[in-house]
Design a protein around this ligand. Structure first.
Ligand SMILES: *Cc1c(COP(=O)(O)O)cnc(C)c1O
Length: 371
């Protein structure tokens, strides 16, 4: 009699995959929370849904691997040459391509600086690539000496600036020191997913000086196109050529290319500037309002479209918000972020509702304590 199929899967499944769990979005867990209108402030998405046109004329054909309209428009936007750019299914695919191209499974490692974005480690683990850690200093600056000690032990150094979830921008001199230190041994990957909120600190204009940097960008945050799955890797041509060896033949669907090109056109970029300004103003107001609560302490900085804060009531506040249709993100499991929650800056209306629920929560707390 044949063995149950479970044994076959256990037998065949890669060892490094066995311990992993399928990605579980907070939103999926949240979707059961009542039938109220839900406000999603958990994934640093934009609250704005902009309109685009689609032309079905070419849907019967495979798309270009690297659609020229998208490449040329983004190269111009970023101030780089077209051969210094790769477009992929989100910045997340850029992370994976870098790992697949530059790290040998079961042998090589990457370096991350937590608290930071989770996908660097997840991508490495799925590729059976090691993950080394040089945690940020308590003020969220780079621990440059700790990072430098990994020379020769890692092929990629992931640095997120502005960093998710701390909202801090990495000091240019620190980063320059790291890039120089790894010049002959590793690529420093600078994740600029939130750079539109911290425009003066991009490394894109320095690409020609540094053969060992790669910059990640995305349309998912400031461009308000998380649903599109479109991101970019910026680097000197030899790195881009290496990534072209591992990317799928047709990674960018034709409708995605059409929408991305529009988002990068004159009108799209004007909308971007307007919405970033509005979100920055909302962020300032939100921060001000949050500091008024005794039990809330702002953490990190505000160089992105989210705010991180610490509260001793973290779990109860999170539960109160979920019960009232508002989802934010718990960051308290990350190193140095005990009791920390992260909120995405939403629309004026959403932010108002968020503040009113936070206010109601602390009022309720006070009245129960007094009772
Ligand atoms: C959201 C995010 C990404 C992922 O971007 P996609 O283009 O949606 O894959 C990458 N890096 C950081 C730091 C992010 O916050």
């Amino acid at each position: 009699m044949a063995e149950p199929v479970n044994n076959l899967i256990d037998l065949l499944l890669n060892d490094n995959i066995k311990a992993l769990k399928p990605y579980e979005s907070a939103r999926r867990l949240f979707s059961g929370a009542g039938n109220k209108q839900q406000i999603w402030l958990n994934a640093n998405e934009s609250p704005f849904a902009n309109e685009y046109d689609i032309d079905a004329q070419r849907f019967n054909r495979y798309p270009d691997c690297q659609p020229p309209a998208v490449i040329d428009a983004y190269a111009q936007y970023a101030g780089i040459e077209s051969d210094q750019l790769l477009v992929s299914r989100g910045a997340d695919e850029g992370i994976e391509l870098l790992i697949r191209a530059f790290c040998t499974p079961g042998k090589d490692s990457v370096l991350i600086c937590p608290p930071t974005y989770g996908m660097y480690a997840i991508s490495a683990e799925t590729c059976d690539v090691g993950v080394e850690r040089a945690p940020l200093n308590p003020d969220f600056s780079l621990d440059v000496d700790a990072i430098k000690a990994f020379k020769g032990k890692v092929n990629l150094v992931f640095i997120c600036s502005p960093n998710n979830p701390t909202g801090t921008s990495v000091d240019k001199n620190q980063l320059r020191e790291v890039i120089a230190h790894f010049a002959d041994s590793a690529i420093v990957v600078i994740d600029e997913a939130y750079i539109e909120f911290d425009q003066d600190n991009s490394w894109a204009s320095q690409l020609n000086q540094y053969p060992n940097i790669a910059i990640l960008r995305t349309l998912s945050k400031a461009f308000a196109l998380a649903g599109l799955r479109c991101g970019f890797t910026l680097a000197q041509a030899p790195i881009i050529q290496a990534l072209m060896k591992v990317i799928a033949p047709y990674p960018i669907p034709e409708p995605v290319a059409q929408i991305a090109a529009q988002a990068l056109g004159q009108k799209g970029l004007a909308t971007l500037a307007q919405q970033v300004a509005l979100l920055n103003a909302e962020k300032a107001d939100l921060k001000n309002a949050l500091t008024a609560f005794n039990d809330i302490e702002l953490v990190g900085d505000d160089k992105a479209n989210f705010i991180l804060f610490r509260t001793p009531q973290k779990s109860a506040l999170m539960a109160h918000l979920v019960a009232n249709g508002i989802l934010i993100r718990d960051q308290s499991k990350q190193v140095n972020l005990d009791n920390c929650l992260r909120i995405t800056v939403g629309s004026p209306e959403q932010n108002k509702q968020l503040l009113s629920e936070i206010s109601r929560f602390f009022t309720l707390q006070t009245s129960t304590q007094e009772a």
